[in-house]
Design a protein around this ligand. Structure first.
Ligand SMILES: Nc1ncnc2c1ncn2[C@@H]1O[C@H](COP(=O)(O)OP(=O)(O)O)[C@@H](O)[C@H]1O
Ligand SMILES: [Mg+2]
Length: 229
C-alpha cells in the first residue's frame, strides 16, 4: 500500500446549464519520499488537482487515500487535522505574515500544527531549519526586508517545520529568476531526502523537472504521460 494515491479523480464545474468536466479521471501514485512534478500547459487542471489532493477543495468523484485513510469520505474536522499536521504547503508567492519575524513565522506554524514538541525542542528545531536554509542570521528580520528568494526559502522552511509527510507546492519557483528557482528546488530536494517528505509539485517550468523523480504531464484534465525518471 502506497502512502498517497489518487484514483479516478474527477472535477466538474457547472457553467450556467452546462457541466464542464475539468478533471477527467486522474490516477496518480506518489512515490514515498520522492518528488512528483505535475506539469502541462496553463489551464490543464494542475492546480485544481493539487488543491483537491491536499484536501483544500472537494472532488466530484474518485478516491484519494493517504496512509490508508480515504480523504474523500472524511469529515471536515478529521481532514483539517490531517492538513494541519501531516501536510505542508508552498505557493507561488511566499505569503509570509508581514508583522511576524522570520523566527515567529515558524513558531506560528508549529502552534497551528499543534506540534507535540516541547517549547525548547521547538526552538532547537527552528534554529536547525533556519541554519539549513541559511537564514539563522536573519531570524529577527521582517518579510519586508527580505529579498524574493529569501522569502521563498522562509516559505519552504515554514512548510516543513512541523515535519509533514506530504508537501504540496504550486508553482513554487514561478516568481523567481532561474538562479533563485534552482536554489529553492535544491532546498526542497534536500529536505525531501533528509526528512523523507513526499512532494507533489505543480510546475510549468520544464527546467524544474530535473529535480523531480516522477513526472506526470497533464493535458485538458487528463494524464498524457507518467514517468519515473
Ligand atoms: N471555480 C471554477 N469554476 C469553473 N472553472 C474553473 C474553476 N477553477 C478553475 N476552473 C477552470 O479549470 C481549468 C483548470 O484550471 P487550473 O487547475 O487552475 O489549471 P492550471 O493550474 O493547470 O493552469 C481552467 O480552465 C480553469 O478556467
Ligand atoms: Mg495553476
Amino acid at each position: 500500500m502506497s502512502l498517497f494515491t489518487m484514483k479516478n479523480v474527477q472535477k466538474t464545474f457547472a457553467h450556467e446549464e452546462v457541466e464542464e468536466q475539468i478533471l477527467k479521471g486522474i490516477d496518480i501514485t506518489l512515490p514515498e519520499g520522492k518528488i512528483t512534478a505535475l506539469t502541462g500547459a496553463s489551464g490543464s487542471g494542475k492546480s485544481i488537482l493539487l488543491t483537491i489532493a491536499a484536501g483544500l477543495q472537494t472532488a466530484s468523484g474518485g478516491q484519494i487515500s493517504f496512509e490508508q485513510q480515504e480523504l474523500t469520505s472524511m469529515r471536515n474536522e478529521e481532514l483539517r487535522q490531517i492538513r494541519a499536521k501531516q501536510f505542508g504547503f508552498i505557493f507561488q508567492f511566499a505569503h509570509l505574515v508581514p508583522f511576524l519575524t522570520v523566527q515567529e513565522q515558524l513558531d506560528l506554524m508549529l502552534e497551528t500544527a499543534e506540534s507535540p514538541l516541547s517549547k525548547q525542542a521547538q526552538k532547537k528545531e527552528i534554529k536547525q531549519v533556519l541554519e539549513l536554509i541559511d537564514m539563522w542570521k536573519r531570524k529577527d528580520a521582517y518579510p519586508a526586508s527580505l529579498s524574493g528568494g529569501e522569502k521563498q526559502r522562509v516559505a519552504v522552511a515554514r512548510a516543513i517545520i512541523h515535519s509533514p509527510k506530504v508537501l504540496f507546492a504550486d508553482e513554487p519557483t514561478a516568481s523567481l529568476d532561474s538562479k533563485r528557482s534552482e536554489e529553492v528546488m535544491q532546498l526542497i530536494q534536500k529536505l525531501s531526502k533528509e526528512r523523507n517528505i513526499t512532494v507533489l509539485m505543480v510546475t510549468h517550468d520544464t527546467d524544474m523537472l530535473q529535480f523531480a523523480d516522477h513526472v506526470v504531464e497533464m493535458r485538458d484534465g487528463k494524464i498524457v504521460q507518467d514517468k519515473i525518471t
